[in-house]
Each structure stands twice: as structure tokens, then as C-alpha cells.
Write a protein that binds this ligand. Structure first.
Ligand code: PMP
Length: 326
């Protein structure tokens, strides 16, 4: 018999899938690291397990404890699954721009959901950063995960996602392209791949309204770069410790409209029903096309599943209201 001991045993070893139509104008072989095959339907399951295991090992998380995190939904989903299996209580703190589906899904897997306003500064007491920290201080026997600065986030991708990509491409990967939020995915994968072959190029996908690209290019944290945007899961108004800028070769920014349009195109043209940051990633990849040549093997990582966006990017009325389609 071949079975997993529990659902956590199904995390990782996701497939790599060739892109056939949407990236046809790119000469290189483009392969999608398809993270929705994880049980929580996103790459975040990997780091959720790792962060909890590290917190248990260091004594920060005690039996029967409460896990608290500010999360755009996917990390919350991963943490909630681990919490169920290991017997912890889970509280997710979200900003109100996150889709209703994400909130409903978190509640479905037993998490308490606290919603905070999006358009306030991170240091504002109402922000989801401040609220999660306050809840952690007020709740007895609780642990605040802090995926932005928690090194186990990057470590999970260094230990699993990076080696999988290396093995699946038989060491032939030349470029890795991925959306950047906390930075765990890009930094962990980049560290592993560059250790195997320092010539591998790492590209981050950023949003308009986020600080990453400008900071990477100039070393300046420019507050003028910060404004609210629609794309979910990538871009930040802070510099998380998990973004290792020294491992990243460059960033490209994708507009909210392009991210939404390309999320729909992935579903219709590739049969890849994926989340909003996957649309941003594939559009970013196209923006970078002059960097790729015929013999290159470009891996693009798709973080999460389309079901979380049926009320938004996959809804024609929403797309019209946003002015993204006629
Ligand atoms: N896409 C989605 C949908 C996400 O939820 C996240 C995590 N915020 C990312 C991309 C970015 O991944 P990371 O936090 O590892 O940079």
C-alpha cells in the first residue's frame, strides 16, 4: 500500500508543466512549476509546515497553542491545515482587499478570520501588521508567525521547491521567474539554484504600488512608490527580511489590468486555472522576453488556484467595473 500518513504528507513534489500557447513568442522552453497541486492549493503549504516545525522545535509554539498570522489567505490556508493535524488553534488576520472566497475558505478549515482596512500605513494600529502583533500579545499561549521575517519561510523553499526544480529540469534550468510578496519563494529557490549554478538568473515580479523594483535598482526605500493596488499576493509596502535582494537579478512590474487579463488567458488558452499572481508572472515573463534565448529553460512558478478569484478576475462584471474589459 502507498499512502500519506495525513494530508501534510502530500505537500510538495508538484509537477512541472510546459507552456504551449501563451508564451509562444518566447524562444526558450518555458515550464510552469504548478504549486496548486499542494493540498492547500498553493506554494505556501511548504513554508507553513516548516515555520510551525521550527517554532515547535524552539519552544515558541507549545501544545494546545494558538497560531496567529497576518496573511493574504494562502499562508493562512497552509497554516490552518497544519494546525488541524497538529492540534493548534488558528487566527488569520486579513486586509479587506482580499477576496471573499479566501476568507470563506479559511473559515471552512477552522480558522478564525479578522479583517482589517487595506488603506492604512503598516504602523497604523488598524493595519493587519499591527493587529496581528496586538492579538499575539493579548492571546495567552500564542505564537505570531511573521512570515515576512521568519527565516523558515525561505528555508522551506531552499529545502524543497529549489531542489525539485533542479531535479525536474535535470539541472538545465537557466532562469527562474516568480512573483514576490514575503520573498520566501524567490529567495529560497534562488539560493538553492545559484549554489548549483551561479549563472542561473532570477527575476522577481512586482506590482505598481510596491517598493521592490525601485529598492533593488537604487537601494532607496521610496514611499512615493507606495499606493494601493488590486493584484493579490505580490508586492509590498515594507521590506520583508525574507527578500534577499542580493540573489535577485532584476524585477519587472506588471499592471493590475495586465495581471487580471493574463490570469484569464492562462485559464482559457492553457487550461491553467490559476490565481492572480500567476497572471502577473506570465505577463512579467513576456515583458522579459529579450532576456531569453533558444536554448534557455525558463521556470515560472504559479502560486495559487483560480477558485479563489471567481468573484474577481474570473467574473465579467467585476472585470468591466474595473475597466479591464469592454
Ligand atoms: N502569489 C500569491 C497568490 C501569494 O499568496 C504569495 C504570498 N504572499 C505570493 C505570490 C508571493 O510569494 P512569497 O510570499 O513567497 O514571496
Amino acid at each position: 500500500m502507498e499512502y500519506a500518513e495525513n494530508i501534510l504528507g502530500t505537500i510538495g513534489n508538484t509537477p512541472l508543466v510546459k507552456m504551449n500557447k501563451l508564451t509562444a513568442e518566447i524562444d526558450a522552453l518555458v515550464l510552469a512549476k504548478y504549486e496548486t497541486f499542494n493540498p492547500g492549493n498553493s506554494a505556501k503549504d511548504r513554508m507553513a509546515v516548516k515555520m510551525i516545525e521550527e517554532a515547535e522545535a524552539s519552544g515558541l509554539l507549545q501544545p494546545g497553542g494558538t497560531i496567529i498570522e497576518g496573511t493574504s489567505g494562502n499562508t493562512g490556508m497552509g497554516l490552518a491545515l497544519v494546525a488541524i493535524i497538529k492540534g493548534y488553534k488558528m487566527i488569520c488576520v486579513l486586509s479587506d482587499k482580499q477576496s471573499k472566497e479566501k476568507m470563506d475558505i479559511l473559515r471552512a478549515v477552522g480558522s478564525e478570520v479578522v479583517v482589517c482596512p487595506t488603506d492604512v500605513a503598516p504602523e497604523d494600529p488598524r493595519s493587519y501588521y499591527s493587529t496581528s502583533k496586538r492579538l499575539a500579545e493579548e492571546t495567552p499561549n500564542s505564537w505570531y508567525v511573521n512570515q515576512y521575517d521568519n527565516p523558515a519561510n525561505t528555508q522551506a523553499h531552499y529545502e524543497s521547491t529549489g531542489p525539485e526544480i533542479w531535479k525536474q529540469t535535470d539541472g538545465k534550468v537557466t532562469h527562474f521567474v516568480v512573483g514576490v510578496g514575503t520573498g520566501g519563494t524567490i529567495s529560497g529557490v534562488a539560493k538553492y539554484l545559484k549554489e548549483q549554478n551561479p549563472n542561473i538568473k532570477i527575476w522577481g515580479i512586482d506590482t505598481y504600488g510596491s517598493v521592490f523594483k525601485k529598492y533593488h535598482e537604487t537601494g532607496i526605500f521610496d514611499e512615493n512608490e507606495i499606493y494601493s493596488y488590486v493584484t493579490e499576493g505580490i508586492g509590498e509596502d515594507i521590506l520583508p527580511k525574507n527578500v534577499d535582494f542580493s540573489l535577485i537579478d532584476g524585477f519587472t512590474k506588471v499592471t493590475d489590468k495586465d495581471a487580471a487579463v493574463y490570469t484569464r488567458r492562462l485559464a482559457k488558452e492553457e487550461g491553467m486555472f490559476l490565481g492572480n499572481s500567476a497572471g502577473a508572472a506570465v505577463k512579467g515573463l513576456l515583458q522579459l522576453k529579450e532576456h531569453f534565448t533558444k536554448d534557455d529553460v525558463v521556470v515560472v512558478l504559479f502560486h495559487d488556484h483560480g477558485s479563489r478569484y471567481v468573484g474577481k478576475m474570473f467574473n465579467d462584471e467585476w472585470m468591466k467595473k474595473m475597466g479591464y474589459i469592454e
